[in-house]
Design a binder for this molecule. Sequence first.
Ligand SMILES: NC(=O)c1ccc[n+]([C@@H]2O[C@H](COP(=O)([O-])OP(=O)(O)OC[C@H]3O[C@@H](n4cnc5c(N)ncnc54)[C@H](O)[C@@H]3O)[C@@H](O)[C@H]2O)c1
Length: 255
Amino acid sequence: MKLQGAVAVVTGGASGLGAATVRAFFERGARVVILGRPSSRGEAIVQELGAAARFVPTDVTSPDQVAQAMQQTVAAFGALHIVVNCAAVGPVKKIVGRHGPMPLEMFEAVVRVNLSGTFNVIRLAVAEMLRNTPNDDGERGVIINTASLAAFEGQPGTVAYAASKAGVAGMTLPIARELAGDGIRCVSIAPGTFNTPLLAMMPEPQRTEFVAQIPFPSRPGRPSEYAALACHIVENPMLNGSTIRLDAALRLPAK
Ligand SMILES: NC(=O)c1ccc[n+]([C@@H]2O[C@H](COP(=O)([O-])OP(=O)(O)OC[C@H]3O[C@@H](n4cnc5c(N)ncnc54)[C@H](O)[C@@H]3O)[C@@H](O)[C@H]2O)c1
């Protein structure tokens, strides 16, 4: 699918990997709608990009808010072709810590945003994509999700995050299979360590030690490198049903 002239929704598009994807799509001629928290920089990015961009303050876990965001996207730009799910939260918490067992609500809250929120956006986006006339390759839409190395090599303290991201990786193939007859592809990206606000939250010296474990290139990924893969997934119709590691050969250690 060509990005030129396509309409894309990017959740969590006001920061980090999502914001880089918004810019990359915009530079290639797509119109882009950012779904993000009201407090995010979504409006500032839209001011910068102009009429081909919109910000719709949205909580990805809300069926009503996401449905409205999809309607606003179609009302503004006439269709929806691409959705990129970047919205996520990633608190670190032990199963049983100094203050007792992890509250079940905390586990559920992470799964609600990262896994249920991703699916909530997908189901409502697909409903819009199904209205598209297929292009010359028979394509109606492309779904890109964001998993994590934690889906495969989760570390202590990340059980909720790892479970939610394993869920994202796990639903990629069944979504691709279910929507194959409709010309809609689904691919997930499992990033290693990228330079975003999420990484900046990690205290020193852990951050330097963490980055030193990356084989090559031995540095955090640039958000533009995630965005480059997102663009390629849109443009390459053979990519479907897989979770692609983007990790510079990093394998997270046990601790
Ligand atoms: N940065 C990394 O090293 C790394 C590694 C592996 C996976 N990831 C994944 O990449 C994606 C992007 O993360 P990032 O590093 O750019 O971090 P980020 O914190 O900049 O981006 C996450 C965005 O999600 C938004 N968000 C959170 N909850 C939301 C909700 N309920 N509704 C709407 N928006 C919500 C946040 O406001 C933020 O803009 C996430 O899925 C993250 O798990 C990042």
